[in-house]
Design a protein around this ligand. Structure first.
Ligand code: MG
Length: 256
């Protein structure tokens, strides 16, 4: 069931989205060669608590999962696509790309955001991968207009990415409604057909999150049962915003 948020809920989501963007901005500044992914997770939790908010992913257990997610922040390095588990032994090094995905609960309501950050100087192909993925998100957001559909978002993202080169669009993971829960209807794939899917209605709040691989679209899951990794072990990037569908232009809620 798709939930249309009330004006009061939207105001809280705006506040929460600001907090989340601020936390990710500070995490981004902390990313450097020599820091462990666990240190980033601990810092994320501290920043969230400083706002009086709660982490959405810590102990989150989606349907079908055998174990809850053990951390606040998903940290996915290089060929890890999403849901990487922070670890004190996983230390970032020059040339890595690292995806930081974070959900935040503010006054009972959820927002969701992700960025992929370079560690020091990165290769030209990694730089292009980050640019393509971030632009794909912007294009997805630009068509998140009333009267359009979830399929229009996927279609626009897919069309753009296909024109950029031989990239793989991850198909088994997708964007989603967000707000009262961290994952709500509708399901928003990063590929699709114009006019298909659910109609976008003012008051809907959705997370758009293209995951783009520098090779095959196929992914595998590690023995930890959480970490998605590209099947060909080429790198992957991920950008996400929480968006409000309005009467006119889409409003990005996860912004400073
Ligand atoms: Mg999400």
């Amino acid at each position: 069931m798709i939930i249309i948020k009330t004006p009061e809920e939207i105001e809280i989501l705006r506040e929460g989205g600001k907090h989340l963007a601020s936390v990710l901005f500070k995490l981004k500044e902390r990313v450097a060669s020599g820091i462990s992914t666990k240190e980033l997770d601990s810092y994320a939790l501290k920043l969230i608590r400083d706002f009086g908010d709660e982490p959405a992913f810590l102990n989150y257990r989606p349907m079908g999962a055998r174990t809850p997610f053990p951390s606040s922040l998903c940290v996915s390095v290089n060929d890890e696509v999403v849901h990487g588990i922070p670890n004190e032994d996983r230390v970032l090094k020059e040339g890595d790309i690292v995806s930081l995905d974070l959900g935040l609960k503010h006054k009972g309501l959820f927002t969701d955001m992700a960025i992929t950050v370079p560690v020091g100087k990165i290769s030209v192909s990694n730089q292009k991968l980050l640019e393509v993925t971030e632009k794909a998100l912007q294009i997805g957001i630009s068509v998140a207009q009333r009267g359009n559909t979830t399929g229009d978002i996927g279609y626009a993202i897919e069309k753009f990415v296909r024109l950029q080169g031989k990239y793989g669009i991850v198909e088994i993971l997708a964007g989603h409604g967000v707000g009262r829960e961290i994952h709500e209807d509708p399901y928003i794939p990063n590929f699709g057909k114009k006019g298909k899917g659910e109609e976008l209605i003012p008051g809907m709040v959705i997370a758009i999150e293209p995951m783009i691989n520098n090779g095959t679209k196929n992914v595998t899951i590690d023995d930890d049962e959480w970490t998605f990794r590209t099947a060909d072990r080429k790198n992957s990037a991920h950008f996400e915003h929480t968006i409000l569908i309005t009467e006119s232009e889409p409003e990005v809620l996860t912004k400073l």
